[in-house]
Design a protein around this ligand. Structure first.
Ligand code: DGL
Length: 280
């Protein structure tokens, strides 16, 4: 049985991808993870696909310096815009969050209507619908951007907060009228509001967390490549951000469900020097 002790590299537009890291750390506690949060350029969810693709490519080139065995695009917006380009051009395997979430929704949806909520850019890209149609060409998909959920989650408003509930009702009640039987939380921040979302859509609608499904896909991919780590030591999480490490450390704990110890700020000069040196 072979193994691979190189790190798993993960990136997002900011702190949200830590919900994906949380799922990875729960399932793969011995793996070392390098995380990059592009906090200087967040949010991606209101930017064009071209810009997000360029940012994602620059970040992957930055991450290549760590010699990762796999890169996880833990951002729905970046996965929706850039995954095919990244997979075609990067020298390492690359997994996004859209495909795993879409696959699980089709499985759990059993032919009923599937609802997707995400950022404006993810919804406009139609990436979730296209992925679902690949798994089931008859899939019925309804979609809705829910941009206010991102700042609400970052502000630390709970699911019982009056503003959270008012926004959740305003976004989700029109979707509920379309009678979905599953709902995909297609944005890194939404799992933090799972309880508010669940209250509005009701028990009859299964919630799919794309981050959780992605962690399962990463395990399957590494297992298939005989590339899991063979050490018994606890894996290390090392974070890099392009702005405001203090805010990342403070807010990130809620997303990760753990204290974040190791966060380093990368200046634009450092970021672009490394990124350009590694670009193909
Ligand atoms: N991480 C982004 C996503 O999952 C949400 C935040 C942003 O707009 O950059 O789509």
């Amino acid at each position: 049985m072979s193994y691979d002790n190189r790190c798993i590299a993960v990136f997002d537009s900011g702190i949200g991808g830590l919900t994906v890291v949380r799922e990875l750390m729960n399932r793969l506690p011995h793996e070392d993870i390098i995380y990059f949060g592009d906090t200087a350029r967040v949010p991606y969810g209101i930017k064009s696909s071209e810009t997000v693709t360029r940012f994602a490519r620059e970040t992957c080139d930055f991450l290549l310096q760590f010699n990762p065995k796999i890169i996880v695009v833990a951002c729905n917006t970046a996965s929706a815009a850039a995954l095919p380009t990244l997979q075609e051009t990067l020298p390492v395997p690359c997994i996004g969050v859209v495909e795993p979430g879409a696959r699980e929704a089709v499985l759990q949806g059993r032919g009923g209507t599937i609802a997707v909520i995400a950022t404006e850019a993810t919804i406009n890209s139609d990436a979730y619908r296209r992925a679902m149609k690949r798994f089931d060409e008859n899939a019925r998909v309804v979609q809705k951007p829910c941009p206010l959920f991102v700042p609400i989650a970052e502000e630390g408003r709970s699911s019982s907060d009056a503003i959270t509930m008012a926004v959740a009702r305003d976004y989700l009640e029109p979707l509920v009228r379309l009678d979905p039987n599953v709902l995909v939380m297609g944005c890194t921040h939404y799992p933090l509001l799972r309880s508010a979302i669940g209250q509005v859509v009701g028990d009859g609608v299964k919630l799919i967390d794309s981050g959780e499904q992605t962690a399962r896909t990463v395990i399957a991919e590494l297992t298939q490549r005989s590339a899991l780590n063979d050490t018994k030591c606890e894996g290390k999480l090392t974070c890099y951000v392009s702005d405001n490490p203090q805010r990342f450390r403070e807010l990130g704990q809620r997303f990760l469900n753990k204290t974040i110890v190791d966060v380093t700020w990368i200046s634009p000069e450092q970021f672009f020097a490394v990124s350009q040196a590694n670009s193909a």
